[in-house]
Unconditional design. Structure first.
Length: 233
């Protein structure tokens, strides 16, 4: 059970056109025994756009990954997420309601089979397809036969996706720098800086705390503007 499937956690191994696609970031994953009974998890883990309602309720199993897969498929086909809001609280409220639509013009050229697969993934766990069942869905089997379909991702959809991903860019760059270039000593230093900025100790850094902590540094105004444009909530 991965528990944090999202587009950012799928990377190509290299730049070759036939490069393998890899799943990364197993920090929240849970290994399940093949012989054990279906295990129920309680820990709330995941990312707002892709987390399932039962994870929020603290009673779920590995089918939560299939909800995330449905959200990823939705985004790949239209360029924006099925559940959205001005902040994480609003997004999670939408997730708990579980209601989404195919109303945008981006969906005009998407087949009913594709929409049907999404409906069978973004649905309560008792009706949700397993991974094996999803692979046997008519849209997947048809897509595999065709190999490629240039109409699936129209230019408009890709632009929407780029716009949606812009807010994630700074986060991605920062995480990559920490994961790839920093050694443990550097990370300890970053933790110390974070704690120093986080004056009220709530685990989050507000713009007021950033301003007080960085206000006198060189290029601080530019840095704060970049952070403000990247902050989604």
């Amino acid at each position: 059970m991965h528990r944090d499937l999202k587009p950012e956690n799928f990377l190509y191994q290299g730049k070759d056109i036939n490069s393998e696609l890899k799943v990364i970031d197993f920090g929240l994953s849970k290994i399940l025994s093949k012989n054990s009974k279906l295990q129920k998890m309680k820990t709330r883990a995941g990312t707002p756009y892709y987390i399932s309602p039962e994870v929020l309720a603290g009673n779920y199993d590995q089918s939560c990954d299939m909800w995330s897969a449905g959200c990823i498929l939705y985004i790949l086909l239209c360029g924006y997420p099925p559940f959205y809001g001005d902040n994480n609280k609003e997004i999670l409220t939408m997730v708990q309601k579980g209601k989404f639509d195919f109303d945008g013009e981006e969906w005009d050229n998407v087949s009913n089979d594709a929409k049907d697969l999404i409906k069978k993934l973004i649905t309560p766990p008792e009706r949700r397809l397993t991974a094996a069942e999803a692979l046997q869905h008519r849209w997947i089997r048809t897509f595999n036969k065709q190999k490629t379909d240039t109409k699936l991702l129209a230019k408009l959809n890709i632009n929407n996706m780029k716009s949606f991903q812009k807010s994630q860019k700074l986060k991605q760059v920062a995480l990559k720098a920490i994961a790839v270039q920093s050694d443990p000593k550097d990370i300890q230093e970053l933790k110390a800086i974070f704690k120093e900025l986080d004056k009220n100790g709530d685990g989050c850094i507000s713009f007021e705390e950033l301003y007080k902590g960085l206000g006198k540094r060189q290029n601080s105004a530019e840095l704060l503007e970049i952070l403000k444009s990247a902050d989604t909530d």
